[in-house]
Structure formats: C-alpha cells, structure tokens
Design a protein around this ligand. Structure first.
Ligand SMILES: Cc1cc2nc3c(=O)[nH]c(=O)nc-3n(C[C@H](O)[C@H](O)[C@H](O)COP(=O)(O)OP(=O)(O)OC[C@H]3O[C@@H](n4cnc5c(N)ncnc54)[C@H](O)[C@@H]3O)c2cc1C
Length: 406
C-alpha cells in the first residue's frame, strides 16, 4: 500500500500533523521508533504538560529569522491550539500564563491525541526506526530491535523526528541525517534549556542552595543574555529556570571558543549604594564577626563562599568600608566561570537544526524537495521555558498536515 503521507515520529508535531492530514482525507502512516507515542510529551512540565502559554511574543521563540516564526504562528497560533485541544477533550487550566490540562496529567494530552488518531484510522507502527529514505519517493526503510527491515511507501513525507534533547525519550538526532539526505543544511545542534557546568570548586560546597537572582551571561566580557528567577547551585555548576533560559546563548558562545562566565546579582532590586548601606548598618554597634554579620541575609553556605571569594576573613571583627565594598561586589556581581553546558541527555530543547530559509513557513514544505515537510524541534527554532516548544510543535505539525493535499 502507498500511503498519502508517511510521518516519521509519533511525538508532539508528528501526532498533530497526522490528525490534520487525516482530517483532510489523507491515508496516514506514522512510524515511531519507541514502544509508544509521545514519550517526550509525558515528561513535559514535570509530568503535567505545560502545553502552551497565554502570553505569546516572538521573543519566546529563538532563531535568526523571526519573520519565519511569525508566519508560522500567525497560521496556527495559541488560540487555535487551545481550540484544537478543547475539541479533543482537554479542559485547560492557566497559571501565570502557563497552560496545562486541568487534569495536570501529560498523559491526558497523549491520550486525546491517540483517541483522535484512532478515530481517523491513522496507522501507527511502533518499535521501528526509519534508517533510509530512497527513490521512488518516498520509500522508507525501517529497522526493528531484531534488525529486521520493513519497507513503506508514501506520496508525501513529514519529518517530525524532534531534535537531540533527551534522546532517551526518542529524539536521538537521526532526523538530521534524514533531512540532509534531501540536501537540507543543518545548523549545528547544541543543547538548549540546560544547566551549566563550572570548573569553580566552590560550586560543590554550595550544592543544593537555591536563591533568587538576576542571571547575566557573558562571553568575552560581552553581555549575551539575562534573566531573573530562582537559581540552584549543583555539584557540577548551576541550574534553575533563568540558567536554562540563557543556556542556548552560552552553548553557542562555548562552541565558538569564547570565554564564558555568569554573573549573579543576589539583590537586583537594590543599588550598589543601598547594599553598601545595608551592610554598614548591620556592622554598626555590633560585636559580630563578618560571617555572623551576614547571617539572615543569604543562605549561610553562600555567605561563607561570598566572604572567601571576596578574599575576606569570615572571623574578622574589624570590618572596614573597603571590606564591605568587596562584599557588596560579591552580592551584586557574583561570578561563576562556565566551561560547558550539561549534555543533550539533560537538555529540554535543541538549538540549531534544519535551516529555516529552506522551509516554506506557510506550509512547512521543504523548498528543496517537493512533498517533503519538516516540523517541530527538528527545525532551527527553540522556545523559552513556558510552553513555547510544544506550541512550536503543535503549530508546525498542524500546518504541515493541513497542507497535505490529496
Ligand atoms: C524533560 C522535558 C520537559 C519538557 N517540558 C516542556 C514543557 O513543559 N513545555 C514545552 O512547551 N516544551 C517542553 N519540552 C520540550 C518539548 O517536549 C519538545 O520541544 C517537543 O516535544 C518537540 O516535539 P517534536 O514533535 O518536534 O519532537 P518529539 O516530541 O521529540 O518527537 C519526536 C519523535 O520522533 C521519534 N523518532 C525520532 N527519530 C526517529 C526515526 N528515525 N524513526 C522513527 N521515529 C523517530 C522519536 O522517538 C519521538 O517520539 C520538554 C522537553 C523535555 C525533554
């Protein structure tokens, strides 16, 4: 049998593409290398699936071509996504713009998608990995765990394989090779939404400490990006949402050999002068030593590290203004050197992928190969935390399927 469309990958964009194509009357086959569909969806939002966000702006989608993103999102936006899921049975719940299913179960999202696939007679084969695509277009070879091969034929093809982030959930980067087979240029994939590694020994001693901070990422002393929120020190470096948000810029800077560091401002709402005065008043008429004086301001482990980083003595009783200035510098610009990102295994998204100037944003069809469509994280667009990566997957998937003309 020759299918109207074959979709590689039963993830967020692949399932959505399958549904919109089948609704147009196409016969659809989805090939998935894992034992079930939507494994990554199940892991999203800590199992609750933050599937989109009420607040949409182009800044939430990172790539070099914002016009491309804008065209895709104006074609199938957050409102259409909510309607699509509400029709499938998802009752949405919003928390500070973040949108989840009211059940707070990512499995609800996968279930409603699969129920719709079933209703539309979409054929899904599991445990088969697409390894080769050959002529006549499109002849796909798959391999299963027992190394047995199968051949499938389709008139149109949608590559919905995801990127390289969290490969244990299925997206192992094999989609890049499949896209390259058609001449597509792949912008080097790098981890995004990932924690950062530091060679600084003090990280280990404050591992587990959480605190609010403004995070500023620098490369060769140039500010790359900044964010505010709760950071978490780990025994290998630093994590937390603001760190993940800046990580895609750090990944690129490190990849191009730049010297990267993060500066933390632990009191972004206060000026340097205000902090100096706060410290000074804490020392006034006090018999406390430097470390004791800081108790109650920050986590005690962090206090100690700030004192040592400022080349001060925790036990010193005579505290001069110049010592307070150094302490103030640590509070406002606490520096952590960064020598790597965490690996793809720990990343929530991929920066890089199929170049956007090779895809038609109105249809998701390849500009290099007729009847080939590319969706989701495989494309060189990555979203910030907050439901934007899934929004990208739903939008691109829906558009591709909707343009499968039978
Ligand atoms: C832990 C975690 C939490 C996240 N939380 C959120 C969140 O709350 N909100 C949000 O918006 N985003 C979140 N994301 C990101 C989001 O899940 C992804 O960006 C999105 O799922 C990408 O959709 P996709 O369809 O492009 O790829 P995927 O969902 O990765 O699906 C690709 C599918 O293709 C299959 N496949 C790959 N290659 C082949 C092949 N050669 N043959 C056959 N099958 C193949 C894979 O097995 C996989 O099932 C999170 C990611 C992670 C890892």
């Amino acid at each position: 049998m020759k299918y109207d469309v074959i979709i590689v990958g039963a993830g967020a964009s692949g399932l959505t593409a399958g549904i919109s194509a089948a609704r147009k009357g196409a016969s659809v086959l989805i090939i998935e290398q894992k034992e079930k569909a939507g494994k990554k969806i199940l892991a999203t939002g800590n199992g609750k699936c933050n599937f989109t966000n009420k607040y949409q702006s182009l800044d939430c989608y990172r790539c070099d071509d914002s016009t491309f993103v804008s065209k895709v999102l104006s074609n199938f936006d957050m409102t259409k996504t909510l309607k699509f899921f509400e029709e499938l049975g998802i009752y949405p719940k919003e928390r500070m713009g973040y949108i989840y299913p009211n059940s707070e179960q990512a499995s609800s999202i996968v279930s409603v998608l699969l129920m719709e696939c079933d209703k539309l007679n979409i054929n899904i084969v599991y445990n088969e990995k697409v390894t080769k695509i050959s002529r006549p277009d499109f002849t796909l070879t798959t391999v299963n765990e027992d190394k047995e091969e199968n051949i499938y034929k389709g008139k149109k093809l949608i590559l919905a394989t995801g990127g390289k982030a969290s490969p244990n959930l299925g997206s192992d980067g094999s989609g890049y090779k499949l896209a390259e087979r058609f001449g597509h240029k792949i912008i080097k994939p790098l981890p995004a939404l990932v924690s950062l590694k530091s060679p600084d020994k003090f990280c280990k001693s404050i591992s587990g400490v959480r605190c609010p901070a403004k995070v500023m990422a620098y490369a060769d002393s140039k500010l790359l990006s900044y964010e505010e929120g709760e950071i978490i020190f780990t025994n290998y470096g630093i994590s937390g949402i603001p760190i993940m948000q800046v990580s895609r810029y750090v990944a690129k800077a490190l990849d191009t050999g730049k010297k990267v560091y993060i500066e933390l401002d632990f009191m972004p709402g206060k000026s340097e002068e205000e902090i100096f005065q706060i410290l000074k008043s804490r020392c006034k008429n006090s018999s406390k030593n430097l470390e004791q004086m800081l108790v109650g301001m920050f986590n005690h482990k962090l206090n100690y590290v700030m004192i040592k980083k400022g080349k001060l003595d925790p036990g010193q009783l005579i505290i001069k203004d110049k010592d307070l200035m150094r302490l103030k510098d640590e509070i406002k610009s606490f520096r952590i050197n960064i020598n790597d990102t965490n690996t793809f295994e720990f990343a929530q998204a991929t920066r890089g992928g199929v170049a956007t100037n090779e895809i038609n944003p109105m249809t998701m069809e390849s500009l290099l190969k007729d009847n080939l469509f590319i969706t989701g994280e495989l494309i060189d667009v990555d979203g910030t935390c907050g439901g934007y990566n899934l929004q990208w997957a739903w939008s691109t998937g829906y558009i591709a399927g909707n343009h499968i003309l039978v």
